[in-house]
Design a binder for this molecule. Structure first.
Ligand code: BTN
Length: 265
């Protein structure tokens, strides 16, 4: 595995590369080891109008979607979460995870000319293998909605025997590109901070066109967790970020919280 110790996570460097509005305050903590950056922020007291960001070199209990664990070995990848208090309700946030995936894609393109793919709702792929995922969790705190956006990206990982699906890392697919995890975290936080304001005012519909251009599921045969026996084809997304699917030729709408989905090979 590539030695990235000389480029360890560095709080000052991450802060210095942030490109955000003056009215958006960021409180950043960087840990060598933590159970899970999401779990940490879920427990932390939050102030309104502050973006609490927590990044770690490794997680001992990294969590993925659907109750799975997220492999989080030391110094080789990116694990961070952003927590903020909102006045919105959970239903206003449908589609937000797709936006976060679009922001990660944007950051990789801007910094490194890397063209990643997004599998609805929020898995990040390179050459048909997953290299990143997003776990969004919410909780009500003093009548406000606390949202935690957790992001895991395989950056320099070359070997892992514990992942039960095809996976890759940014380095494995782009060995000649030197990725600075600090700058990448900064860029992703900046993109999300910018787009969150637009999303809260206008919803997912403003971003739908961008997503539809790269929707890799469109017209593909898929396995959908709730419809295991049936013949399913993925279609396009709706203004709220839900996905249309054809189940035995009947059109249905599924939302990201209720299903998981795999492309049929
Ligand atoms: C997925 O299953 O695709 C989502 C993976 C999300 C992993 C990240 S790593 C940082 C944050 N902390 C966690 O425990 N999980 C998320």
């Amino acid at each position: 595995m590539k030695d990235v110790n000389e480029k360890s996570l560095n709080r000052e460097k991450i802060l210095s590369f942030l490109d955000i509005n003056q009215n958006q305050r960021v409180n950043l903590e960087v840990f060598n080891q933590i159970d899970s950056t999401n779990s940490y922020l879920l427990k932390k007291d939050q102030e309104i109008d502050v973006f609490n960001v927590c990044a770690a070199e490794m997680q001992t209990k990294g969590r993925g979607r659907s109750g799975k664990s997220w492999e989080s070995p030391k110094n080789s990848n990116i694990y961070f979460s952003i927590g903020t208090l909102l006045n919105e309700t959970i239903s206003d946030l449908d589609g937000f995870s797709i936006l976060v995936a679009l922001d990660i894609k944007k950051a990789l393109k801007k910094l490194y000319e890397i063209n990643s793919q997004i599998k609805w709702p929020n898995d990040l792929y390179l050459n048909e293998k997953k290299f990143g995922g997003i776990l969004i969790e919410t909780k009500i705190v003093n009548k406000k909605l606390l949202i935690i956006v957790g992001i895991g990206l395989n950056v320099y990982m070359e070997k892992n025997d514990f992942i039960d699906q095809e996976w890759t890392s940014l380095h494995l697919e782009n060995p000649s590109i030197e990725i600075d995890r600090n700058i990448l975290i900064s860029q992703i936080v900046s993109e999300i901070a910018k787009d969150l304001n637009i999303f809260l005012k206008k919803g997912f519909k403003v971003f739908k066109k961008d997503f539809e251009k790269i929707n890799i599921l469109k017209n593909k045969k898929v396995f959908v967790s709730n419809y295991s026996e049936e013949n399913c084809i993925a279609l396009d997304t709706n203004d709220d970020g839900s996905l249309n699917i054809l189940v035995d030729n009947v059109k249905k709408r599924v939302s990201s919280g209720e299903v998981s989905l795999k492309i049929q090979k």
